[in-house]
Design a protein around this ligand. Sequence first.
Ligand code: NAX
Length: 329
Amino acid sequence: MARTVKVAITGAAGQIGYAILPRLASGEVFGHDVRVSLHLLEITPALKALEGVVMELDDCAFPLLDDIVITDQADVAFDGINWGLLIGSKPRGPGMERGDLIKENGPIFVGQGQAMAKAAEDVRVLVVGNPANTNCLIALSHAHAAGVPRDRFHAMTRLDQNRAQAQLAQKAGVKVAEVTNMAIWGNHSATQYPDAENARIGGRPVPDVIGHMAWLREEFIQVVQQRGAAVIDARGLSSAASAANAALDHVVSVESATPEGDWFSSGVYSDGSYGIEEGLMYSVPVRSDGQGSWEVVQGLELSDFAREKIKATEDELKEERSVIADLLA
Ligand code: NAX
C-alpha cells in the first residue's frame, strides 16, 4: 500500500455525508491502492447519529478504510488532512431569506478556516455547505491570512455542471459522456450561468448540435438554475446522492490531469480573468495538471448574452460578500 489519504468531512451525519462516506471509503475516489482515513466533524448534538453512521461504515468492512476519527472539534478533524470537504452548515429555515442564511452560516467558516490553517499543512478544500461560494470565501480568507495558498480552496459548482451536462445530453439524445466543456459561471445559486455556447457534444459546439438557441438561452438555463428546487419539490428533501457524487467528481478532477481540450467548473478565488472582479469565489472553467495545480481556462468567447449573465451572478456574489464583510479576515 503506497499511502494513506486523510479526508475530513464536516456535517458527516447529514444527508450528503451519508451518501459520500461509503464511496470515499470504497477506494473509488483515490484509487484501489490508496488507504483512506476519515475525519468526521459534527456539532455535538449530532455525534450520536454520527456514531450510527460509523457503525455502518464498520459493517461495510472496507479493506482500504484505515481509521475513522469522530469529533466536534475542528482542529481535531482537520489534523494533517489532505482534503477537507466542508459540507456541514445549517439548512435554510421556513421564511428565511438568503441574506439571513449567509449571516447564520458564515461564522462556521471563520472557525473552520482558522482551524484548517493551524491543523493541516498540505490541504485541498471543497466547500459544499450553502451559500457555498461565500462560505468558501470566508474560510479562505482566514486560512490564507495564516499562510494557506488561496488556490487550495474551491466552492462546489460541479453538481450544476453535471446537471447541465445531463440536460444537454437528454435534449440531444446522446450519452452524457459525449457532453464536454461545460462551464458554470458565477454563484451556486439561481443566478449561475450554465454556458451551453462554449460546451460541446461529440466535439461539436452545442448550438450547432441542438440548433435551438431559444431553448438553450431560456429553458435550459432555468432548468439548471432551478434543479435543486425541483428535486426538493419531488423528493421532499434536497439533493444528496447527486451532491455527494458531484463532490467526489470534483476531487477526482482536481487530483487528475484534465483531458486535453476539456475543463471542469469550480468556484475559485477570482483573479480578474474575464473582467470578473477580484476577490470573489466565482465559478469558472478550470484545468488541473493532476500534480496539485490548476489554472483558469483563458480565451473563451462570450456573447453579449453570456456577458450579461456573467455580470448578474457577479453582482450577486458582490452583494453576498458585502453582507459578510465583517467575517472576512
Ligand atoms: P443536512 O442538514 O442533512 O446535514 C448537514 C449537517 O451539517 C447536519 O448533520 C448538521 O448537524 C451539520 N452541521 C451543522 N453545523 C455544523 C458545524 N458547525 N460543523 C459541523 N457540522 C455541522 O444537509 P445536507 O443535505 O447534507 O446538505 C449540506 C449542505 O450542502 C447544505 O448547506 C446544503 O444547502 C448544501 N448543498 C450544496 C450543494 C452544492 O451544489 N454546493 C448541493 C446540495 C446541497 O443543497
